[in-house]
Design a protein around this ligand. Structure first.
Ligand code: FAD
Length: 389
């Protein structure tokens, strides 16, 4: 019996929807299986906005992927007419030796990316809502901004469907096994066969990809929307950048301009300050003490931001011990299975290029994109990353 599909994609969130698009665009017969409905809010790809930037403090090795991702985001907007990426500018703020500033500068210089260094008086002059300490500086990048996660996923699903992919929602994979030269995938309703399997499980990686041997940590994250004290005027995206701010204690917080209309104010969050959780047990209630802690933190840096608290939402990071991604052919099944997981809270800006890489790996076994950093072998037997609470 010949396989029913060329490729089955598990998970149609950020990465899986992009994979389904790129695979079907190349003519592959694709089945996508998703646990929930299209564009849902129970994984890692919701909340209205994600920061995008190129001067990447995490590692200069990400920069070529970002350059490609920016091109693909533009193509996605053109192909679907949806509003997806807005480059309103961004500041990475901290002491000069903080990872946020020094790492961003390293990437900017290594890749010759346009940027400006601002001292504290210049930050205050250019961006009056921001209130840095005298010893803080910023790397300003005009090509930073934000992308819309829900629109991105919807656009990829729309194109994949248009290109003939079968996308099944509310139909989780229960298990899979090697079958002849490919795979057999089971759900409660059906069994499917295919030549290749692409697994993009987000926070379900600890369950779906135990055999990778990577100690993932799923982290609960909270996004907060506040009404600025004097209204949204000074926070509108024409004048206001996205920001990532590392304080003297090494705590990173980040925020967006007021991009969702006056009634939703502006969004802020801590970067990496969450409790360990699982998709089944995550506490979706945001508690008063958490809201107060966020408001107190922001009142030191963006004093006009925390006026009235408007709303909050939870989300999950899937962390690897070194906070770098896992994108590879599965070590135990290199001919048939490709995985993309462990995006460690910074994956969304890469969604389109990850889709392209997954299509390369699944259809040809190799990619020209530099993905050496994302090899899971580096993490086998590594201890799980300590999570601050
Ligand atoms: C609060 C928050 C803020 C963030 N901010 C940024 C940011 O500013 N910039 C940035 O670049 N990144 C950011 N990120 C990270 C980024 O959003 C994630 O890295 C990215 O969304 C991960 O995509 P994914 O496809 O791996 O996961 P998801 O989008 O969650 O997709 C995984 C999918 O797999 C499905 N699934 C699981 N198991 C099965 C199964 N058995 N069968 C079928 N389907 C299954 C799930 O239902 C889900 O839809 C943030 C994340 C959070 C939570």
């Amino acid at each position: 019996m010949s396989p029913t599909y060329d490729v089955i994609v598990i998970g149609l969130g950020g990465m899986g929807s992009a994979a389904a698009h790129h695979l079907s665009a190349r003519g592959a017969r694709v089945l996508g299986l998703e646990r929930f409905g299209p564009v849902h809010n129970r994984g890692s790809s919701h909340g209205g906005s994600r920061i995008t930037r190129q001067s990447y403090f995490e590692d200069p090795a990400y920069v070529p992927l970002l350059l490609r991702s920016y091109e693909l985001y533009e193509e996605l907007e053109r192909a679907t007419g949806r509003e997806i990426a807005t480059l309103c500018g961004g500041v990475m703020i901290g002491r000069p030796d903080s990872r946020t500033v020094s790492g961003s500068l390293l990437s900017a210089e290594r890749w010759d990316l346009p940027h400006e260094m601002l001292d504290a008086p210049e930050i205050r002059r250019r961006f009056p809502t921001l209130s840095p300490d005298d010893d803080e500086v910023a790397l300003y990048e005009a090509r930073a901004g934000f992308v819309r996660p829900e629109n991105t996923v919807a656009a990829h699903l729309q194109l994949a469907t248009r290109q003939g992919a079968d996308l099944h929602f509310e139909e989780p994979m229960t298990r899979w096994e090697p079958y002849r030269d490919g795979v057999r995938v089971h759900t409660a309703e059906n069994t499917y066969t295919a030549g290749r399997l692409v697994i993009c499980p987000g926070a379900w990686a600890p369950r779906l990809l135990t055999d990778l041997g990577v100690p993932f940590t799923i982290e609960r994250q909270v996004m907060y929307w506040f009404q600025p004290k004097g209204g949204v005027g000074p926070f509108l995206p024409g004048d206001h950048p996205i920001y990532i701010w590392e304080d003297a204690a090494g705590v990173q917080a980040y925020g967006f301009p007021a991009i969702d209309g006056p009634e939703l104010g502006a969004k802020v969050a801590f970067f990496r300050k969450g409790a360990v959780t699982t998709p089944e047990t995550i506490d979706r209630t945001v508690h008063q003490d958490e809201i107060q802690a966020m408001a107190d933190h922001m009142s030191r840096h963006v004093p006009d931001l925390p006026g009235a608290f408007l709303k909050a939402a939870t989300c999950m990071y899937s962390n690897t011990p070194d906070e770098h991604f896992v994108i590879a052919r599965h070590p135990a099944h290199p001919q048939t299975v490709t995985v993309a997981c462990g995006f460690s809270g910074h994956g969304f800006k890469f969604v389109p290029v990850v889709g392209e890489i997954l299509a390369d790996l699944a259809l040809t076994g190799a990619t020209d994109h530099p993905i050496g950093l994302f090899d899971p072998h580096r993490l086998a037997a590594a201890p799980a990353r300590g999570v601050r609470t």
